[in-house]
Design a protein around this ligand. Sequence first.
Ligand SMILES: N[C@@H](CCC(=O)N[C@@H](CS)C(=O)NCC(=O)O)C(=O)O
Ligand code: FES
Length: 156
Amino acid sequence: MLFNGFRSMEYTTASASRSFLRHGMRFSTSVPNDPDTHDDFKPTNKLENSEITLKDIVEQDVKDNLVMIYMKGDPEQPRCGFSSLAVRVLSEYRVPIHSRNILEDPELKNAVKAFSMWPTFPQIFINGEFIGGSDIILNMHQNGELKEKLKARSSE
Ligand SMILES: N[C@@H](CCC(=O)N[C@@H](CS)C(=O)NCC(=O)O)C(=O)O
Ligand code: FES
């Protein structure tokens, strides 16, 4: 399943669907090609109306999902070695991996960078906390920190 870049390696969660609905609004602008249509009746950009921003979407993603990765490509088909490595590391654990493909949405890519203040991808969040990229997650896997982080959450 692919909802505007959002993927989950398990079944789609309610949060994923919600994110899709919200994120999907960004592309709902349409203007009918009818000369009689008065401006007042034209459909407007619902994102502007609802004031949902990409930052809101990122905030929701990382809040709703234990493991959230913004990556190039998706877990089944990473488009970069760094993203591929991060997914391989995370796949060692029995936790769902939620992802968005930033290659599909340059604006989302910029929003994620601004949110984390981190310049590269992949970007991994666990339990709402920004962790880092593939080198950091690999290191945490090797030194046991990642296991602790994921265990800490699952035993709550
Ligand atoms: N140390 C980082 C390196 C990742 C990296 O260099 N990513 C580059 C190439 S994929 C990147 O995202 N560049 C910025 C961009 O593409 O916008 C990691 O291990 O995750
Ligand atoms: S896309 Fe070239 S290194 Fe990631």
